[in-house]
Design a protein around this ligand. Structure first.
Ligand code: SUG
Length: 448
């Protein structure tokens, strides 16, 4: 049976703004307080989805969340009508209002970890929503994420959903941003590669000195257990703590994999040779021929990687077996990175083509092409069981761009977040969206 990698991209929500909320994420910190353009952000994301669909890839869409999250503010003690809750938070605790307004759920690579049915003990596709425990504004995403994923992948015969891990630092989990799957074919058993930043309980693993390591080994191990993965099909590796301290807050900022290929920076991991040998051996047992492409620091520095988001690219398999890299515009703006890419595609290797996308609105918060998508490998039967409302088509693209044009503002600054009108605009937009995507009631304002 034919199998596919389906990319579900996060639709940018109407409150997209630059809150400076992510310590350790260089772009988020350096663009703090700039005014944003939510309409442009959403249209940039939709343009990428349309382009991939037109290139023949399977493409889906993942809905944004209700923001401001009034219920989250109520849990922090703000009371009264919804408008009063927002007004009081703006007056007494602006950082909390900003956090409750973040459109960060757009970076759906952090929504969940997904294991395809070929890898799991019960033969179902498993999803574990990420607790995103490291940052308050992201830790409030997972309940709605679970409802939205549940509405997209509802058929329990094919899909199993796990609630987020316990919300404590020891189980910090950032989802698919630290998870890659290698396989010969999407429908065959593969090797799931979990990259962690620190261990919560084992002091032998070094930790970064400056910035937080968001993903723990223990969280990755728990996800592998929940999904019923066998030891033969799992490899764990530690991220180099020194790159975390240079702004590599997720592994997908320094490495990307697809099929049998890992594309990574020389400084990305600890004990790289051991890790590569394990990947080769385990994939070999599953009929695959593991290959790696190492980008040397002499050609591209870690700083270049963080600024350009070279590795936050989408590595996609084309029908002829070669691969295509989807990179953000910032790669073209960095001379060393661009030169490296020219050399890579002309070398006769596996990666033959690079396509550039303008995702500046998201990039300014540290979210590139790979952050914006959640990969779900599905066979034909499973794909047919997905809620058809979320599969991208030319008419859906048209409807969604019209929806964005109708509901989104083209400028948002911190003061605008206190406007109670913004809440009403968002709810109106999202209510319509759930009908467009046929999701049913998934938002707190629809179910409470
Ligand atoms: O968690 N930025 C996100 C970016 C996530 C990128 N995802 C992946 N690498 N997969 C984060 O740091 C910034 C929000 C703000 O500052 O307004 C933010 O949350």
């Amino acid at each position: 049976m034919k199998s596919y990698e389906v990319n579900f991209d996060g639709l940018v929500g109407p409150t997209h703004n630059y809150g400076g909320l992510s310590y350790g994420n260089v772009a988020s910190q350096s663009n703090s307080q700039q005014s944003s353009n939510p309409k442009e952000a959403a249209l940039q994301g939709l343009a990428k989805m349309k382009a991939l669909m037109e290139m023949g890839f399977q493409q889906g869409v993942l809905a944004p969340q209700e923001r401001p999250d009034v219920a989250a503010l109520r849990r922090l003690g703000f009371s009264g009508s919804d408008a009063q809750v927002i007004e009081r938070a703006a007056k007494d605790a602006m950082p909390l209002l900003v956090a409750s307004c973040s459109a960060s759920s757009m970076w759906v690579a952090n929504a969940a970890t997904v294991s395809p049915s070929a890898d799991t003990a019960d033969g179902r596709v498993h999803f574990t929503a990420a607790n995103l425990n490291c940052k308050y504004h992201r830790s409030i995403e997972h309940p709605t994420t679970s409802r939205v994923l549940g509405a997209m992948f509802a058929d329990q015969k094919h899909f199993a959903h796990h609630t987020a891990l316990p919300a404590v630092a020891q189980f910090g989990d950032e989802g698919a941003a630290n998870h890659t799957r290698f396989c010969r074919d999407y429908g065959q058993a593969g090797v799931e590669f979990f990259v962690f930043g620190r261990s919560a309980f084992d002091t032998r693993y070094p930790a970064p000195q400056k910035y937080p390591a968001r993903q723990t080994l223990e969280a990755s191990q728990a996800v592998a257990r929940l999904h019923g993965l066998s030891d033969d099909g799992v490899v764990y590796a530690q991220q180099n703590p020194s790159v975390i301290d240079q702004g590599v807050f997720h592994n997908d900022v320094i490495a990307v994999g697809n099929g049998e290929v890992l594309f990574y920076h020389e400084d990305a991991f600890l004990e790289t040779d051991k890790m590569l040998a394990e990947l080769q051996a385990k994939l070999g047992k599953r009929g695959g021929n593991f290959q790696s492409i190492c980008v040397p620091r002499s050609q591209v520095t870690v700083e270049d990687a963080v600024r350009s988001y070279l590795f936050n690219s989408q590595l996609l398999s084309r029908a002829d077996g070669s691969m295509l890299l989807i990179v953000p515009e910032e790669c073209r703006g960095n001379e060393r990175v661009w030169q490296y890419l020219q050399g890579l595609t002309s070398s006769g290797g596996l990666i033959r083509e690079v396509k550039v996308f303008d995702l500046k609105q998201s990039m300014q918060n540290g979210g590139g092409p790979a952050c914006l998508r959640l990969r779900v490998a599905l066979n034909q039967t499973e794909l047919a069981a997905v809620n058809p409302g979320v599969i991208m088509t030319a008419p859906l693209y048209g409807t969604l761009t019209q929806w964005v044009d109708k509901h989104y503002r083209d400028r948002l600054s911190e003061n605008d977040l206190a406007d109670p009108q913004l809440l009403l605009e968002c709810r109106t937009a999202l209510d319509e969206l759930t009908q467009i995507l046929k999701l049913g009631a998934v938002y707190p304002f629809q179910i409470n």
